[in-house]
Design a protein around this ligand. Structure first.
Ligand SMILES: NC(=O)c1ccc[n+]([C@@H]2O[C@H](COP(=O)([O-])OP(=O)(O)OC[C@H]3O[C@@H](n4cnc5c(N)ncnc54)[C@H](OP(=O)(O)O)[C@@H]3O)[C@@H](O)[C@H]2O)c1
Length: 231
């Protein structure tokens, strides 16, 4: 154990009000994946931060590309993390929210089949009406032909989920940046040169650079943990 819960809460607090926080890991040369998944980037401490950020959020948002590439499991927390949430007056589990336009999602994947709470899929009104995922998730259309992320965030706020955690991937993160919806970035830099053709943590439409301030830079065994927030 590299971080205690108190250290995690001190460095990564649950926000006082609405926030959209993104969490990513990248190699020192900026790669977001090794062989198409992020597992090859992991190192001491980042899983503890990853789990902590899940524990303190109201809803976890992840895009379909990452759900498919990483074979996302159900959002299950440890008994200790669930107890922390209940003691803090939160529901036992955060909401799991998947962003998909195609609805090309496998209903047997554990993110759906083993979910403690029925996941939400944010899609658009032109999405296939007969997609099998509709049987295992609450599918909500925001936008006519593409997912309107600002409307999706408003919808989650309307359900009382205001502390939002985005776990990516880069396509979703780029779209959130373009829509000016990102308040915070937690970025782990792994001590690796990955080379290859992997992308970086955001890609999307051109957008003006958005200034952030650095809230902390922690190091553990060559891993670097950064937290940036809007000014
Ligand atoms: N290092 C890390 O921290 C980290 C984190 C996450 C992911 N990753 C890696 O990133 C890769 C996947 O990323 P990706 O960029 O290809 O996919 P992505 O961002 O995970 O997913 C993109 C998909 O999101 C859906 N989408 C719907 N509306 C959208 C909107 N308005 N804006 C953006 N996306 C929307 C679409 O799904 P449909 O196709 O269903 O319409 C689109 O194809 C994988 O290699 C994964 O391992 C790394």
């Amino acid at each position: 154990m590299i971080f205690t819960r108190d250290e995690l809460l001190a460095h990564y607090p649950r926000a006082d009000g609405p926030v959209l926080r993104a969490n990513f890991i990248a190699s020192a040369d900026g790669a977001v994946a090794v062989d198409g998944v992020s597992a090859g980037l992991q190192g001491p401490g980042d899983k503890e931060i990853f789990d902590h950020l899940r524990t303190i959020c109201d809803a976890l948002i992840v895009a379909a590309g990452t759900v498919r590439a990483e074979r996302y499991d159900a959002l299950r927390l440890t008994a200790s993390d669930r107890a922390w949430r209940l003691a803090a007056g939160l529901p036992e589990f955060p909401l799991m929210v998947i962003v998909s336009g195609s609805l090309d999602l496998d209903p047997e994947q554990l993110i759906f089949a083993d979910a403690p709470v029925r996941p939400i899929v944010l899609t658009h009104r032109a999405a296939p009406a007969d997609a099998p995922v509709r049987a295992v998730a609450e599918v909500i259309a925001v936008g006519d032909t593409e997912v309107d992320l600002a409307a999706g965030v408003r919808l989650l706020h309307g359900r009382g989920a205001t502390r939002l955690l985005c776990e990516g991937g880069p396509g979703l993160f780029g779209a959130l940046i373009a829509a000016d919806l990102v308040d915070e970035l937690c970025l782990t830099v792994a001590p690796l040169l990955a080379g290859g053709a992997a992308g970086r943590i955001a890609h999307g439409p051109p957008t003006p650079p958005r200034r952030m301030s650095l809230r902390h830079a922690l190091t553990r065994q060559d891993m670097l943990f950064l937290r940036y927030a809007r000014n």
